[in-house]
Design a protein around this ligand. Structure first.
Ligand code: ZN
Length: 304
């Protein structure tokens, strides 16, 4: 199924990373900058992220002896030091997720660089070390993002969905490790019904959602893939869903042959085997410098 399987450490069948994006109210300030102070109910729901869900998930991961990766916007790091301290105290990786969850491909190159630097500064202040990894807020990886990440010394990105296993991104001279995921492993598509954010999906039961996440895991285990969940604490950290996460971890541990790791550890492994026991695929970015010529104007207007 995978033409170019990567050898995982100790002969593991697949690699697994439960990653959490703690966005808290950055989303509210981003989408509703003028009216945010009057959106108390929305703020309360999003604060659940840092106040309730992150401490719960950190405890849950500790029960299974797992260290995982948390992507946190710089503003959230500064606003919720208690949640960030809990993440760091348990040995989890703190990774970059913008400053205010900005949509990068709507920013100029200079503004994108500034948000990157502000997010790095927040992580350095909280943890004493520069971030190794990055996930573009809302997957909004721009044509400048790779170059800016390489300039800033990042080791990996986990925003794209271009493969089932790690691959490399290049600007023509340098490379960055890409650790891809998929929307089927994002909790937003299972659980989020939020009219204010433009999502009106039926809310799946945790059992139903886990069927999707587990099917992806079973396939990764069977064929040697990489399984990266992209979950939001205020969504997946609610009680019934946290219970279901515990059940999924137990299922994976019982099955055996699974390498649970932080994304930083997976990126480091990729560098270790690339060019030696495994030849990674390399994508040159950006895919397009400019819009294609010859596309008829008005011939592809989105419906609705
Ligand atoms: Zn996010």
């Amino acid at each position: 199924m995978i033409r170019n399987p990567i050898p995982w450490p100790d002969g593991a069948r697949c690699a697994v990373a439960f990653t959490f994006d703690m966005d808290a109210e950055s989303l509210m300030h981003l989408y509703f900058p003028d009216t945010a102070p009057n959106r108390v109910a929305m703020a309360a729901m999003l604060r659940y992220d840092a106040e309730v869900a992150v401490p719960r998930l950190v405890d849950l991961l500790q029960r299974y002896a797992l260290r995982q990766t948390f992507f946190v916007p710089g503003w959230c790091i500064e606003t919720y030091p208690g949640a960030v301290d809990a993440i760091l105290a348990h040995g989890h990786e703190l990774a970059h997720h913008g400053y205010m969850h900005e949509k990068l491909n709507q920013l100029s190159r200079d503004d994108e660089r500034e948000t990157l630097e502000r997010g790095i500064a927040a992580i350095v202040k909280a943890s004493g070390r520069r971030p190794r990894g990055f996930r573009a807020p809302s997957y909004s990886f721009s044509k400048h993002t790779l170059e800016l990440l390489l300039d800033a010394g990042f080791e990996y990105d986990s925003s794209l969905k271009g493969d089932d296993i790690p691959y490399l991104l290049t600007d023509g001279a340098r490379t960055l490790v890409e650790l891809p995921s998929d929307l089927s492993l994002d909790d937003w598509t299972q659980y989020v019904c939020l009219k204010d954010f433009g999502y009106m999906l039926p809310i799946a039961s945790p059992q139903r959602a886990m069927e999707v996440f587990r099917a992806e895991f079973d396939a990764a285990w069977k064929y040697g893939g990489l399984w990266i969940a992209v979950w939001h604490p205020f969504v997946s950290g609610r009680m019934s869903r946290a219970d279901a996460i515990a059940g999924l971890i137990a299922y994976m541990q019982d099955k055996g042959g699974v390498w649970f790791a932080t994304l930083e550890e997976i990126a480091s492994h990729v560098r270790h085997v690339a060019g030696k026991t495994w030849t990674p695929r390399v994508d040159r970015l950006p895919y397009y410098d400019r819009p294609l010529s010859g596309v008829l104007p008005g011939s592809g207007v989105l419906p609705g």
